[in-house]
Design a protein around this ligand. Structure first.
Ligand SMILES: O=C(O)CCC(=O)C(=O)O
Ligand SMILES: [Fe+2]
Length: 351
């Protein structure tokens, strides 16, 4: 049965004027939807940088298997996660996610602080540059959220994300989802390419390619899934599709659930499933996610904001998200709790 596509606002944050107004719109969208299209005018992240990053992603996954295996993901959440190694929704999935991924942690002086496949070593600085662009955009969004929520001081969130204050769980992740024709073991009705989950960090920037279907969000009724078009109306002629921003669990904890951390998944949108006009899953799907995390030692207490104080952990914001109610001490403790739940083998083998 075809579901309606997700209703998500498109916001342009690239200008320098009307900062207060833009901040207000961003906060309202983060409260109401948790997902926001950030119009990509090319000012914050040039279209060529996005294209270059996708080329990089393809190179990483085409690297010889032995090179990828030598970089197998570790408990620090860095490295290569092979097909079906991660299970984002272990409570309902019979098998792991039909995807492979490569995670880069924070770079140090432009160098990756982890093993990388020799095939992509010549491009290390390009990956670092893309990660920098994403980091800066997240700082800007953190500032706007602080202004829009009237946090005192308004740069409260931004300060918590400054790298000079300590390391964080921030990850630049390249993803590859083969089409169903290449995953004969998958039952497209029952299996998923990425299980239902909310993101673990403060916010995520997601880059997708035109024409590639698959992402769905859980709507506020807690039951219906809505596909998220790559190119929403009005952005067809932009230099690059909008960057899809979503609020993660940490910004939700920090604001007592006022900002919504929305559950989402990636499916095989085969026959009979909802597809967005002009999108299909006949080709391999590639996406890039930048998971922005605060400094690991940051305590996740409610932020100093009257608006947050007056908000009493609204039940609606928690709907469909089993993690929304857990209280944990620091950003790092929260991250490890979540990784433990989705990398079953990694934690089983080594404990
Ligand atoms: O590939 C996508 O569209 C979404 C991926 C995602 O939700 C994630 O990696 O957390
Ligand atoms: Fe996600």
């Amino acid at each position: 049965m075809a579901n309606k596509v997700a209703k998500i606002p498109v916001i342009d944050i690239s200008g320098d004027e009307n900062q207060e107004q833009v901040a207000k719109e961003l906060v309202e969208a983060a409260i109401e939807h948790g997902f926001i299209y950030i119009k990509n005018t090319g000012k914050d992240i040039p279209a060529e940088a996005v294209d270059g990053a996708f080329d990089m992603g393809k190179k990483i996954f085409k690297a010889p298997l032995s090179e990828k295996q030598a970089c197998t993901i570790q408990k620090n959440n860095r490295g290569w996660s092979s097909m079906q190694y991660e299970t984002l929704d272990p409570a309902t999935q019979r098998v792991g996610d039909f995807k492979e991924a490569f995670n880069f942690g924070e770079f140090i002086n432009g160098k990756a602080d982890q093993p990388i496949p020799p095939t992509i070593a010549p491009y290390e600085s390009q990956i670092n540059d893309f990660s920098e662009l994403c980091y800066k955009l997240c700082l800007k969004i953190n500032t706007l959220l602080g202004i829009g929520l009237q946090v005192t001081p308004p740069d409260f969130f931004t300060n918590a994300h400054l790298r000079e204050k300590g390391s964080s769980g921030t990850i630049l992740r390249f993803l590859h989802y083969p089409p169903h024709t290449q995953t004969p073991d998958a039952n497209p009705e029952a299996d998923v390419r990425a299980g239902a989950h909310s993101d673990y960090g403060s916010m995520t920037l997601l880059f997708r390619l035109k024409g590639q279907a698959g992402l769905e969000i859980l709507t506020q009724d807690g039951k219906t899934w809505a596909p998220v078009p790559v190119v929403p109306p009005g952005t067809e002629n932009d230099p690059s599709p909008p960057i899809l921003l979503n609020i993660g669990d940490l910004l939700s904890y920090w604001t007592n659930g006022l900002l919504r951390s929305t559950v989402h998944r990636v499916v095989f949108p085969g026959p009979g499933k909802t597809t967005v006009e002009g999108e299909s899953d006949t080709e391999p799907r590639y996406s890039i996610a930048f998971f922005c995390h605060p400094v690991g030692t940051t305590p996740l207490e409610s932020v100093p904001s009257e608006r947050v104080k007056n908000h009493r952990g609204d039940a609606q914001a928690k709907q469909g998200n089993p993690y929304a109610e857990r209280k944990v001490l620091t950003a790092d403790e929260h991250l490890h709790m979540r990784l433990r739940a989705s990398y079953l083998q990694l934690y089983k083998d080594k404990e």
